[in-house]
Structures are given as C-alpha cells and as structure tokens.
Design a protein around this ligand. Sequence first.
Ligand code: ATP
Ligand code: MG
Length: 715
Amino acid sequence: MILNSLNPAQQEAVQAPLGHQLVLAGAGSGKTRVLIHRIAWLIENEKISPFNILAVTFTNKAANEMRSRLEKMLHVTAKSMWIGTFHGLSHRFLRTHWQEAGLPQSFQILDSADQFRMIRRIINTLNLDEDRFPPKETQWFINAQKEEGREPHQVDTHDFTTQTLIKIYQAYHEACQRTGAIDFADLLLKTHKLLLSNTQLLAHYQERFRCLLVDEFQDTNAIQYAWLKLFAGDSNSVTIVGDDDQSIYGWRGARIENIQRFSKDFPSAKVIRLEQNYRSSGTILKAANALIEQNSGRLGKNLWTDGKEGELITIYAGFNETDEAFFIVNRIRDLQQNDYALREIAVLYRSNAQSRVIEEALMQFGIPYRVYGGLRYFDRQEIKDALAYLRLIANRSDDSAFERIINTPTRGIGDRTIATIREHAKSFSLTLWDALQQLIEQKFFSTRTEMSLLAFMELINTMTEKTLTLELHKQVEYVLCTSNLIEHYRKEKGEKGLTRLENLEELVNAAHQFSQDGISEDMPPLAAFLAYAALESSDEQADAYDDCVQLMTLHSAKGLEFPAVFLAGCEEELFPHYLSMNNPKAIEEERRLCYVGITRAMRKLYMTYAEVRRTYGKEAYHRPSRFLHEIPVELVDEIRFRTKTTKVMTHSQNKAFAYKPEAQGQFRVGQKVYHRIFGNGTVLDCEGDGEEMKVKVNFVKAGTKTLIASYLTAK
Ligand code: ATP
Ligand code: MG
C-alpha cells in the first residue's frame, strides 16, 4: 500500500534499510512524497514508534500537511511525532526545557519587527548615529552572526565599525536576557547550546530520535546543520532530501555545501537520485531545464517527464505594472471559465511590494485572493496591538509589547514620559514595567501623568486577573473589549477601519480554532497561542475564502505546486533583483529562484513584465529579464500590447490584447479624467498619440501615475 504509488527509484528510497541516505533530485520528482512514505514505511515495516521520529519541513504549513497525510495513511494519530520547522521544533524543545536553558517559563519570541524595534532602541540609547548604523543593517549583522552560531564575544573585530556593531549586538543580547525574550535565531542557538552542555539531555534525545528526516535540505544553514548532527549522534538514521538547484536562501546563510558536507560527515549515506518529474508539462519542464543549465557548478541531474508537452508558455509585455496586473486578472478569469478553480492559480513575484497593484486589480474584479507573507494577518497593525496586550498579560517583562501599547489607544502618555521610563530602565537594568513601577513609587511624574500611568498598569493587572481562568478565545475577547482597541479603530473611517475591526474579530476565531487544534501539552494556552502567532506569521493567514487565488513571493512558493502559475515582474533589476546585478553568484541564486518559480507550474505558465514600473515612487524603464531570454523560443508564445515596437524575442504571435480599452482619443494637459481604479484625476502631461499615448495624471486619491490613454475616460 505504501509502495503502490511510487516508481522504482522512489520505492528504493522508501524501503532503504535504517542507515543514512541522501535523496538528491530535481523539482517535482517526488522528494517530499518519498519523505512522507518513508516515515509511513518506518512505522509500519520497521516498527519504529512515531515517538522515535523527528521530521523537519521548511514551513509550518508543510509540517501540518505532512502530519495529516500520515494520519490518513496510517489511521493513527501522529501527535507524539516531532514534525515541524527547525524553529518550531526548537521552540517545542525550549518550552519543555526552559529551566535547563536558563529561560523564564513565559519567555517570549521576538519576531523580526520586534527585533528591529529593539535594535533601533538600543542604537538610540547608545547614542549612536542611525545613519551610520542603520537598524536594518545592524539587524542583518546580528542575525548573520547568530546564523553562524557566534555570540557577541565570539565575533572577530576588524575595525571600529565592527567593534561598534558588536557593542550593539552585546547590548541587544543583554536586553533579550533581561526581558526573557528570544529571537528566531536564538531558538536554534539555545537548543544547540543546551544540548552541547547537558550530556544527559543530549543522551536522552539521541536515544529518542532514532530516525531523523529533513526536507529541503539544500537550504539549511550552519547552525541548523550543527543542530541536526547533534540530534543524529553516532547511531541514528538520517534521511535528507534536497535539490541543489533550488537553494534560494544563500542570502540568509543557507549553505548548498551542506549537501557535500553531509556525504563527508555521514560517509555510509546512500545516494539516491530521482529523475522522473510528475508535476509539470513537458514544455514547462524543458523551459526549467534550459534555464538552470546556465548555472555553473551544479551537481547535475537529468529530469524528464512522460507527461504531455502541454501548452506553450505565455510571455506578456505590459505597458506598466497596472497593465500587467490587468492582464493577469483577465487571464485568471479565462482560466476560471476553463474550469480552473481559483485556488489552483498562483501569482508569484520577486518582491513583496509587487502584490499591491495585483491585489487592486483582483479587488476591482471581485476575485477573492489570499496573500502569503507581506500583508500577513499576524503582522497587521491592529493584530499586533491586540497581541501586545496579550503578551504583556503573559509576561510583564515583554518590553516590546509594553512600548507598543503604553499609549495605544492614546491615554495621554507622551513620548517624553516613555523616554524617561526607558532611561530609568536602562540605568538600573530593569524591564520597562519595573522601571515604571519604581518611578511611580518615587513620585517622579506630575499628578496627571501619574494618573494615566496608574490607569494603564491597573488595566493590565485587571486583565491578567480577570482572564486567568477563562478559555483562550474568551481571554482574547475580554482583552479586545477592555483595551478599547475596538473603539480606537472604529474611529478610523472607511474601508480601512472596517477591515481592521474585522481583523480584530477574526482574532477571537483564530484563538478558538487554535485551542481546538491545540497540539501543545507543554505550555499554557495563551503562551502557546502567542508563540504560534509569532512563528506562523510567515505562512499562515486567516483566510476569508476557501477558493481563492494564491499570491506569494517566489521564496515562499518553495515546495508548492499549482495547475496555473503567473510569474510577474520578470524585469532586469526586479528579477534578477538589483542588489544581485554585479555578483555572478547572486545572479545564480536569482536564477535558481526563477527555476523554483517555473517548476511550481503544472499545466500553464505565464511570465509577465512591465515596460515602465513605478518603484520607490519613481518610474523606471527596465529591460525584460535575462531569464526570459534563457527560455528556448519554441516553448514561448509572446503577447505584447503594442504592435509597433520591435520585438525583444524573435518568436511571437502578436495576439490581440484581451483587455479591451474602453476609451480612445486625445487628452490635453489640465483635462479632468476618470480611471476605474484610481478614480478622478487631472492630466499633467501627454506623450505620443493615438493608442500609444502615455498620459501622466494626478489622481485625487492615488497620486501621480502614468498610464496609456485607453485606460482613461474623459470627464
Ligand atoms: P519540490 O522540489 O518542488 O519540493 P518534490 O520533489 O518534493 O518537489 P513532490 O512535491 O513530492 O516533489 O511531488 C511532485 C508531484 O508529483 C506531487 O503532486 C506528487 O503527488 C506527484 N508524484 C510524485 N511521485 C509520483 C508518482 N510516483 N506517481 C504519481 N505522482 C507522483
Ligand atoms: Mg518537495
């Protein structure tokens, strides 16, 4: 049964005797499938208990899918099995062993935005210049050190700048310890450190996890690899699956070399290659193969399919990003008519910011969609506010939460007061909460300020008291009502305010859902929910619709597949990204990202670009991405909206643009015009004539935009 739906090479991998193996294979060849079937095989045939299995996936979503597929296959519950991301599993470990790790029981996870704020605060309190030490870059520096497993005192100092960065890192490190907060990288570091120093604990876990399995191994970094080796010990079986051509996190410290290193560190590992692709049409696979061949130093593989050639790849040249978005939406409507469900369609892009224009076009046509990453539910302002209340209830030392809500909603506590509290906290190494308490005891503030501050403290204390015995979703509900956040956001007019209120209400549902699915026996529900919010934010989103178009960055599309895929923004500087332009290694990583994008598609692939794009508030003209040129022309069907321009690609059919312009004609400077999305505006400038006329318009609500005339109606 477990072997039925597998080809011989896959069967070999699944049935391999206990020991180490490395499954090295291209996209869509069934690596993830092999991993899941291998676990089922181990349980059924090798009689390994789920309790003895540890499986690492790349996202929380993949972990949930793996768990539920196993439960279906085996008709057992997989609760005792450890399946999750490196971060999620480390978190589970630290929740159980907080004492040994020297952490407070209610330790909080700092997500990336919290971390950023904390670093900026430290740069300011150290009286450093933010221009010289930009918080974002400092954050990057700190995380890079952590990913290599280096604590502040272990970083080499070369020059004054590095010395200062280390000073910031040190202060950040101390602040985290003082407030009982840990960031994403700490989850791994602390787990690793604890296991290294506590031989008893290490022996216990090495005894327990007899089989370790890792998906997407090509994207592990140094600390993750060390973590894995430690759990593996000398006698446990390790199965890793990966594809060197899909390594896309080099910028975050991932090391493709870990694949070679694995073969060295586990010399008995058996290498298995899978070469048949089951996902994509012949055309899509050929395009992917041709593209990735341009990279050097590949481990090399030969990927084939016995599926149909399928449809040509459509490349579309949009006039600008709005035109590109409308093309996408029109094609989505066509696909819908051809029996594609919306959830079978994905729009992928290189940068998060690209989603906005596409979202606008989708909204315009009332097509439901869902965004992974970027506009993430748990990242939204109002949700972070509500979570901050919950965090402070769970843990008074949570300085980030404290700062976020001390004056949200406004309660007359000014920046100066907050700065005083911060100063006092720093001088006496206190948390902000404790500093505030001391200052009040010392009668430091004016009576009015003191009243506001006392009211705030009392609010939090009452919330804690009253919610102590409530169920999780009731806790959330109570906090939403008594914090006045609902009232606060009700004041925000229009659609935006309404959405915020809906989001807040959704939080009660999220909590309810969470306690129903709740899988953590190790921690109080509120702490578990908060950790979930911090960890899940990148790949879970409360979705209003089940059947909706999937929008996401190329990075978050890894491992997924969709019948139809749009790859938007295929322009030089955007994709490949401008930061990679002068670095051949970085260009290769961008190419792998493109390979990941193309290989997500099963039946139909569209690649689009815009000739003019507004980025950072400026209009820029970019050439079509080099990756488009690397796809053999016979696989491509190219559409351009204008007929007169010279072709970028030789093979083209010049089909008519499906989106019919509504109005044609001339416009003059000063004329009032209307656009379906941007509303009313005034013409600032015109260029060209007839159908090709470009018009610069100052829209009342949307600001200045340049469009083709045919999208505008004269008023
Ligand atoms: P990626 O590199 O993108 O992560 P992968 O190698 O993990 O891909 P899977 O996602 O496991 O590939 O499989 C790709 C698709 O092919 C899935 O839809 C899977 O169900 C299907 N598939 C894999 N093996 C077989 C098989 N032997 N018979 C039929 N379908 C298969
Ligand atoms: Mg996979």
